[in-house]
Design a protein around this ligand. Structure first.
Ligand code: FAD
Length: 485
């Protein structure tokens, strides 16, 4: 271990922000240590043998992202087999869910991926310390190691990459069995008959989709008037309709005030967000997904005088430096979109600055994806945001129903919506609801990064038959007529 030797960079946290920062720093020739509190043998172990984190040496959030991705895919396959295959002329006598096998496949995928990261640490000579880190000074971290004992790691530059944690709700105590966070919801031992999800953000909807497809009766309770508030209103409307068609029930502008866990079936007391008559909702499992909060517990930031905002986020400048020289912060623990790829971009830029180079992250072009079916992906501004900015704009839209690929595979729910500045035709925002929208969004993201016009996208030759042609046609529609509608 590098115990007494000084590192150029010490990263606290091995999530997508921290591990990427550590690898990049090592690649830039900096002597680097990454400290992660979760070890191969440690971490939260909830249901014996079935929590993905158990076998997983790196970040919990990272394994949650990947677990959810794996389960969304598995349950989509099941749903397709059950509901779509017959209309494509593929018949079975029976389709069944083997939940333990599904969970085992997920755990295998996740542990392979996170073990791969440990391999990358070795390859790039990142020193990996498993334990809980705490600042002794701006250049010294004391680590309570997983094996027991304490070691002090010194670094010229320290990066805080401690991420986020589930936001708790008053009156709803998470026990990870009946009242679960995303961690517990990814490892349920049985398919709940009635599942209530609190919070209609992307995590709640994705997680809800997984269990809905497996047969749960699902109600999503949301305090605000809309699902996924950051989404473009037009896309959101179609998206909500699509989810409702799949069987999701929504109670919007509603809050959960209490949960009674005494009986076999839990009873949730709900009331209108602005107060009013209460009603009762039954549930076997309740998922709390009402947002995430920065995680800095036990780090010793107050003692060092590191500035934070009211929400507990560490404040940094555009070089990711806190008010304490030599101390940096990246990812979910600082303001900005709480997304893995944003954390990674932060990590790379931060160590580039440390290495005396120029880092750059443009938060205006961070794509956001909801991995339901259809997926919803967006980059840039929503129409409401453009309107509020006072810029004159044009909108081009193209429905998937008019796209040959989507029609050919009978998966044509959704649309592409492009918002371009009226005067210059520069693309300001792109919103896609379609199968694989999360892949389609990167053409617009690249276009926007390069300051492209809508016409640049429209005049780029797109292969036929692909769903990407819907992006091209929506681009045409901003300044001219599309061909296929
Ligand atoms: P984290 O990933 O939270 O990592 C921080 C790490 O620091 C943790 O491993 C923690 O154990 C460690 N740590 C904390 N304190 C200490 C300490 N004192 N000492 C040592 N170690 C410490 N984002 C996406 O972009 N796409 C998705 O599909 C997606 N799906 C998600 C699904 C779920 C269920 C959840 C919960 C989140 C999802 N996210 C997704 C969000 C994504 O996980 C986060 O944005 C991302 O992990 C943030 O990275 P980070 O490195 O900042 O923090």
């Amino acid at each position: 271990s590098s115990g007494s030797e000084e590192n150029d960079v010490v990263v606290i946290g091995g999530g997508p922000g921290g591990y990427v920062a550590a690898i990049k720093a090592a690649q830039l020739g900096l002597k680097t240590t990454c400290i992660e509190k979760r070890g191969a043998l440690g971490g939260t172990c909830l249901n014996v043998g079935c929590i993905p984190s158990k076998a997983n040496p790196l970040s919990l959030s990272l394994s949650l992202c990947l677990s959810l991705c794996a389960l969304l895919h598995s349950t989509h396959m099941y749903h397709e087999a059950k509901h779509s295959f017959p209309s494509h002329g593929v018949k079975f006598t029976d389709v069944e869910v083997d939940l333990p096998a599904m969970m085992a496949q997920k755990d295998k995928a996740v542990s392979n991926l996170t073990r791969g990261i440990e391999g990358l640490f070795k390859k790039n000579k990142v020193n990996y310390v498993k334990g809980f880190g705490k600042f002794l000074s701006p250049s010294e971290i004391s680590v309570d190691t997983i094996e027991g004992g304490t070691t002090v790691i010194k670094g010229k530059n320290i990066i805080i990459a401690t991420g986020s944690d589930v936001k708790s709700l008053p009156g709803v105590a998470i026990d990870e069995k009946k009242i679960v966070s995303s961690t517990g919801a990814l490892a349920l031992a049985e398919i709940p008959k009635k599942l209530v999800v609190i919070g209609a953000g992307y995590i709640g909807l994705e997680m809800g989709s997984v269990w809905l497809r497996l047969g749960s009766e699902l109600t999503v309770v949301e305090f605000g008037p809309n699902i996924v508030p950051s989404m473009d209103f037009e896309i959101r409307k179609q998206f909500q309709r699509s989810l409702e068609k799949q069987g999701m029930k929504f109670m919007l502008s509603t809050k959960v005030v209490a949960v009674d866990t005494s009986g076999d079936e839990m009873k949730l007391t709900v009331e209108p967000a602005s107060g009013g008559e209460q009603s009762v909702l039954g549930a076997d499992v309740v998922l709390v997904s009402a947002g995430r909060v920065p995680y800095t517990a036990g780090l010793g930031l107050d003692e060092m005088g590191v500035e934070m905002d009211k929400a507990g986020r560490v404040l940094v400048n555009e070089r990711f430096t806190t008010n304490v020289p030599g101390v940096y912060a990246i990812g979910d623990v600082i303001p900005g979109p709480m997304l893995a790829h944003k954390a990674e971009e932060d990590g790379v830029a931060c160590v580039e600055f440390i290495a005396g180079k120029h880092g750059h992250v443009d938060y205006d072009f961070v794509p956001g994806v909801v991995y339901t079916h259809p997926e919803v992906a967006s980059v840039g501004k929503t129409e409401d945001q453009v309107k509020a900015s006072g810029v004159e704009y044009r909108v081009g839209k193209f429905p998937l129903l008019a796209n040959s690929r989507a029609k050919a595979i009978d998966d044509a729910e959704g649309l592409v919506k492009i918002i371009a500045e009226k005067e210059t035709d520069r693309v300001l925002g792109v919103h896609i609801m379609s199968p694989n929208a999360g892949e389609l969004i990167h053409e617009p993201a690249l276009a926007m990064q390069y300051g492209a016009s809508s016409e640049d996208i429209a005049r780029t030759c797109h292969a036929h038959p692909t769903m990407s042609e819907a992006v091209k046609e929506a681009a045409m529609a901003t300044y001219d007529k599309p061909i296929h509608i």
